[in-house]
Each structure stands twice: as C-alpha cells, then as structure tokens.
Design a protein around this ligand. Structure first.
Ligand code: AHR
Length: 499
C-alpha cells in the first residue's frame, strides 16, 4: 500500500509576505479579452454598468483581483491613448493582434472604471516602441494629475474630476521583440529617459516603475537593466521593478499542445515544462542579487501561464484556448513557486484574464463560464498578503513514460486572518495521495477547506456543463499527532488548520 507523505509546517520560522499582487491579472486589447469579455457597451442587452459586464465584474470581485495590467502586451507599444478618450474615438487597425478594427470604445476611462468596479489597482503599460516620452507624460498627467492642469480638466470633462491612481507603470513591453526589437543598450537608453521623465503627477500616490526584463533564461538583458539601475539610480532616475515573461509552451513554437482532448503524456510534459519557472526565477534573481542584494527591485512576472493551440475554428490571432484541470494544477504550481520566491517576486500577472490564453473566465455573447484556473485563484485568496511559512516534506514521485515529476507540491502561510493555510497539489493523475500534516509552533487539530479535482486531467467547464470541474469541501482530523488528509488524483487542495 502507498505510504502517506509526512509534512511538517513550521510556524516558528515565518518568511516573506506573499504579496497580494502575485495574484494580478493581464487584460490586453486582444481578441475577445476586452471586447465581448469585459466591454459590451452601454446599449447591450447583456447586463452591464456603464458598458462593463456585470457578471464578469461579480466573478472577478470574488477572487479579489489585486491589479490588472492593460492595454498590453505587444498591443501597448502601438497604443496611442488619445485614440480612446472622450466622445469621439479614433478607429484603428489592431496591428498587434489580427489586424481587426479596433473601435477604441474601451479606453483609459473605461479601463479605470472597470478596475474600480472589480476593486483592483491599475497597472498601465506605456508605449515605448512607437510612442514618445512626451506622449507617455501626457497620459500619466491625464490619469494622475491632482492639480488643475489642462489634461486634468480634460479628464474632468470626460467624467472624472478626481485623479486616478496608477499603482504600477510598465516602461514598455518585450522591448527585445514586439516592443521594438531593441538591444539591451538601446533599451536602457530609453529606460533612463522614460523613468526620468514619466511617472505619477500625484506626489501622494507614486507609481511603481517597472522596466522590461527578460523573456528567457538568458541573463544579458537583466544584467544590462540592473547595471544601469545600480550605476545611475538616484533622485532623478529610479525603478522599483523588473519584468519577467515566461509562458508554458511545450514542444516549440508556435504553441500547438491542444487545450482539450489530450492524454496523460501531454499532461505530464506540460506540467514538467511549467516547473521550469522555479529555476528560471533562481537564475534571473541571482543576477538581480549581484546588483541589488537588498532586494529593492521586485521581480514582476507580469506574463505567465499556459500557451496552448488555438481552439479549432477560432481566429488564431485571438489566442483563445480552453482551460482544463491541467491548467488548474499548472496555476497552483506557479503560484507556489512565486510564494517560495516572495522576497524577490512581489507581483505577477497571469495571461490573460478573459477569453485569451489561460483565462479565468470564458464568455460567448451573454454566456459566461468560470474555468478551473478561476477556482484556483479563488481558493488561494487567503494567501494574499499572507506570511510564508516553511513546510518540509519528501515529495515522492509520479512517473509517466520518460517523465518524472514530484508527486506532491505544498506551501503554507499565516493568513491575514491569523489562520495557518496549507495548499497541497497532488500531481499524480492516477493515485489519491494520503498526507499527514504535523504542526510545529502552533496547535492544529483539524483541517477544513476545498479541493479541486476533475473526472480527468483534460476535463473542462463549458457553457453547457459549467461546473464539471468545481471545488468541493474537504476536511481532515488529527491522528497520531498529525492531520490526515486524502488528496484526490490530480487535485489542488487548500485548507486552514484549526486549533
Ligand atoms: O499575451 C500575449 C502576448 O505574449 C503579449 O502581448 C506579449 O507581451 C507576449 O509575447
């Protein structure tokens, strides 16, 4: 018979804060991510508030989205903010994504309204590739100025006298590729000017400035940005974050792993691929440590998630894919990796929020369905701003063909509610897993929470069968000094340990 895995949760050795911004979302002006997914317009028969879908807002509020990154992505470096304000919008071609007509009906004021309705902070990506420093200055002034300037008055005329808060400000996007094909030296020259001249106009609410970072495990870009920061930062130039983009793409480009109807081998390979996030963060963080041992600069993983084959019959430029129990496992594993690196990784944005790549929500006209990834984000809410607690265990192994994976992945944290929370992922799709959780430094007599499992690893939620994958209650009781729990095959479980 299978032996139980013993975990020791040591509350006596608290670690870093698991920043709530690790649970951020990315919403790009791409396919149906915004148009249809968020924005339906004020005259739509789909229930909305000022054009923004009520069902989507309600669902997002429940997962306590800390921040939303917008308008891109690659789109950001061809976005001109003046196209999307006021009564007369400029219609453009979305050259980043499918050359479709972009009405710009959803612009800055609509984005800020959406963020406010959801309860999220705004993370704005500036156009460095095809914009100018002056255009970016004007945009930040339009959004944040709290004095009666011409642009603040224009914002008021467009319905928002009070300044908006831009909590995070990205200085370009993937400037090594779609954001302008720059060399590290070309980018750091742009970075110095943008970070020098562009920022919040509201002294009480500065924006965290985030430089473009690497998109692979090559460290030349990170070296260049961190060296620039180390040598030049001071009163006139500073940044607070470095971005990292890393998608789970198995077996080369273009992404071609199906999001539905896949076998166990595809499950195991994709999960093995996603676990590379840990070594990638270690490698890039080591370069950051060299220049910034005090960890002043946050590593911001502002694009991550599974990038799979487009859903057959959809526009491939819209990056639509289904979302299965495999995505739920993948999400939990990545969040756990971020939590283990919480001293350096202080924000992250899954790509993308709605209808694009690894989405929380899928919509089709008036219909909406919540994905297994959504449920993971909901179950992890107690980890937002919680304090990391070490948990030790021997993970065992799950072997399929040539692929060996850990059988168990676990993190623990002391929540803001004072409770100790434990997240346990059983990676093995064939065997339930017994665990015994022993508490060090606190009292635990039972565990209560939820587990997300599915009939198969490729099970999905559809508009017709919206809750095939859904969490259900799980509890465990004290036996021989440890809490005993049985984790279903291929499941994500989050429990609080009760005294
Ligand atoms: O999320 C899709 C795209 O992936 C983004 O626009 C870009 O930044 C990345 O390459």
């Amino acid at each position: 018979a299978d032996r139980a895995i013993r975990l020791t949760v040591d509350a006596g050795k608290p670690g870093a804060t698991i920043d709530r911004h690790l649970f951020g979302q990315f919403a790009e002006q791409l396919g149906h991510g915004i148009y249809g997914g968020i924005w339906v317009g004020k005259d739509s028969s789909i229930p909305n508030t000022r054009g923004i879908r009520n069902d989507v807002v309600a669902a997002l509020k429940a997962i306590k989205v800390p921040n939303v990154r917008w308008p891109g992505g690659c789109y950001a470096d061809s976005y001109h903010w003046r196209d999307g304000i006021g009564p007369n919008r400029t219609t453009r071609v979305n050259t980043a994504w499918g050359n479709v007509v972009d009405s710009n009906a959803f612009g800055t004021d609509e984005f800020m309204d959406f963020a406010k309705q959801v309860g999220a902070e705004a993370y704005i990506s500036l156009n460095v590739g095809s914009g100018t420093v002056a255009e970016a200055q004007d945009w930040m002034e339009y959004m944040t100025a709290d004095q009666p300037t011409t642009l603040a008055k224009l914002r008021a005329a467009n319905g928002h006298p009070a300044p908006y808060r831009v909590a995070m400000m990205g200085i370009g996007n993937e400037s090594w590729d779609c954001g302008g094909l720059m060399t590290p030296d070309e980018y750091t020259a742009e970075l110095r000017r943008y970070a020098r001249f562009v920022g919040s106009y509201n002294a009480k609410e500065p924006s965290m400035k985030i430089a473009v970072g690497p998109g692979t495990d090559d460290t030349a870009w990170t070296e260049a940005v961190m060296k620039t920061w180390k040598e030049r930062h001071g009163w006139s130039f500073d940044i607070q974050g470095l971005s990292l983009h890393s998608y789970t793409i198995y077996d080369g480009w273009p992404p071609h792993m199906p999001s539905t109807g896949f076998d166990e081998s595809a499950y195991a390979h994709v999960i093995k691929e996603t676990l590379k996030m840990g070594p990638l963060i270690d490698k890039q963080s080591a370069v950051m440590d060299k220049y910034d041992p005090e960890k002043k600069i946050a590593l911001v993983v502002d694009e991550w998630g599974a990038w799979l084959a487009p859903t057959p019959g959809t526009n491939p430029a819209f990056l639509m894919q289904q979302n299965s129990q495999r995505d739920a496992i993948l999400a939990a594993l990545n969040i756990n990796i971020f939590a283990r690196h919480a001293d350096r990784v202080r924000a992250a944005n899954i790509a993308q929020m709605i209808n694009v790549l690894q989405a929380m929500i899928l919509t089709d006209g008036p219909k909406m369905v919540l994905t297994p990834t959504y449920d993971v984000f909901k179950m992890y809410v107690p980890f937002q701003d919680a304090t990391f607690i070490p948990v030790s265990y021997d993970a065992g192994s799950y072997v399929h063909g040539d692929t060996t994976l850990p059988r168990l992945d676990a993190i623990a944290a002391r929540g803001k509610d004072g409770k100790v929370w434990l997240s346990l992922t059983n990676l093995d799709p064939n065997r339930p897993l017994d665990v015994d959780a022993a508490a060090l430094g606190f009292k635990a007599t039972s565990a209560n929470g939820q587990t997300l499992s599915a009939p198969k690893v490729d099970s999905v939620n559809t508009f017709d069968h919206p809750r095939t994958v859904a969490p259900r209650s799980i509890s465990g009781a004290l036996k021989n000094g440890a809490i005993v729990l049985t984790l279903p095959p291929a499941s994500v479980t989050v429990v609080s340990l009760q005294p």
